[in-house]
Ligand binder design. Sequence first.
Ligand code: V47
Length: 372
Amino acid sequence: MKDTLPFFVENNFIENAEEKKIAEKVLSSERISPDEAYYLYTKAELGLLALLASHIKDKKTGNNVFFIQNIHLEPTNICVCNCRFCSYRKKNGTPGAWRLSLDEIAEKIYQLDKAINEIHITGGTHPEATLTEYIDIVKTIRNINRHIHIKAFSAAELHYVFQKEKINYEEGFRLLIGAGLGSIPGGGAEIFDEEIRRKICPDKTSSTEWLNIHNSAHRSGIFSNATMLYGHIENYAHRIDHMLRLRNLQDITSGFNAFIPLKFKNQNNSMSDLKEVSLLEDLRNYAVSRIFLDNFPHIKSYWPMLGKEAAQLSLSFGVDDIDGTINNSTKIYSLAGAQETSPHMNVEELKKIITDAGYAPVERYSDYSPVN
Ligand code: V47
């Protein structure tokens, strides 16, 4: 896709003074302020957002759009937390609750297609979870498959087992990395604002703990992602505050790979009375996050959640990664009413979605290096 922002600015096509100022900043790779992000969320036209976000995407990753051959592993849906947005959690001993044994996990790994190069592990925080169990899960996978990248355990799960073990984060990461952990996913971030957090996930890891876990992961030499759950009771100021805290940490560690906005889905949870936000709102959100998070290398739209067509559209709003093949391996989002009830795309489909939108598909490893 051609980057048209320089042409628009040079020819004075952006008439509004505030928009012109922001466009000039973006053009000269200057960081935008929280107030400017607020302006973009509330006042800027969708076309301008696409122009600005695509310029940044183009500078960072050119015409490339990344995907990966991956699966999810959800060891349990039993959880100590009772997040109001969650459609997945079950109480221990109730119908539909599961906890996989190491043998069951091993069986899944034996069955994996050779082309899968990442396993993403996350789920509930089981009350009896321990650091030893997490280490054993990682070791079990590593013993069967020496090459697969293990992206495992959200900050919420990690904080729980580290605290239980009375071990500091650094020591916890040393043990997990020693067993074969490659990176940590971006889950559990939700919205950092403490008041909103108290309302939607009162018993979850605090924002400070989430940020400290990721800080410690980066200092321990592994990278991570960051998510943001949006489109519920938060407002734009809360989203900007969330991204600002991430931008500040990234300035220090440079350890985040991708930012992944997750649109709140309202089926089968305690917040089902809320209406879901529109596709237009999703696109605005991708664009503003691409513009505001100038130090994040990648913005990911997670297609199982968003749907294939919307994910394709998001590529024109700053997104450069649409995640992966998934192979029907996740239940978290379909239970919440996500577009895809059995998420799976093969490599050809992923490539076609990207090519049809005018971009160049690049199959990647977890660190974004290209396959082949
Ligand atoms: O933290 C739960 C979200 C997250 C709902 O790192 C919901 O590559 C919307 O973190 N509506 C877990 N969202 C998933 C996650 C993730 C996903 C994809 C890629 C990566 C990555 C990480 O799922 C939770 C929560 O924010 N979630 N329920 C819901 N009803």
